[in-house]
Design a protein around this ligand. Sequence first.
Ligand code: TMP
Ligand code: ASP
Length: 235
Amino acid sequence: MERKELLYEGKAKQVWSTADPDLVIQYFKDDATAFNAQKRGTIASKGVLNNAISERLFLLLADAGVRTHFVARPSEREMVVRKLAIFPIEVVVRNVVAGSLAQRLGRDEGEKLPAPVVELYYKNDALGDPMINDSHAIVFGLATRADLDTIVSTSLRVNESLKAFFAARNLMLVDFKLEYGRAADGAILLGDEICPDTCRLWDVSTGERLDKDRFRRDLGRVEEAYQEVYRRVVR
Ligand code: TMP
Ligand code: ASP
């Protein structure tokens, strides 16, 4: 399947049209940004690794009955997916305190939560993706009550599947971000990607961070972390 027209270029991916109006191609780049693109860099082979890791996780979720946009991975950096109208909402699910939650509530990173915390953010770069609640999402027309019910319940199912899958590979799923969209037939599908850019993954034995926090926080050995996740998840 051939890439036709560049529809959209994001920080880590491009989206291309194809001859089939229901399908687009996500092209995975090595570019990395953090803090709303104030920090920029590249992570060698990240696009190739994230594409393969995402494919593995989308297939796992499909097996668990989660509807995703994934169709095929025709090449190292290309993923064919269903075309979606993306809800301008980022859903973050947390199992362990880290990152912005630690900051916002003054908790120590590493505190295990008694139940998952689900957060919504408004996808808007100019505003730095502010946190919102259900009421904001509904009143400002980002999604309906029914859409949110589907999105949140699906995200909790995704969490259960991913947590178990990573645990079997000695990785703790600390938190992650998901995006959803509506396909032409009206179905709400899980979209975007699931990879070390969008998840926090800590080695269970050593606590070592094997995700994008190595880039965000200048911890070094960034590529090695992505390779290690690839090795545990894909191979
Ligand atoms: P946070 O602690 O910075 O809010 O991040 C929570 C999770 O969401 C973490 O796994 C990283 C992911 N994330 C993204 O995928 N994109 C983003 O723009 C941000 C801020 C976080
Ligand atoms: N990708 C995001 C950005 O550049 C932030 C992050 O992942 O930390 O804004």
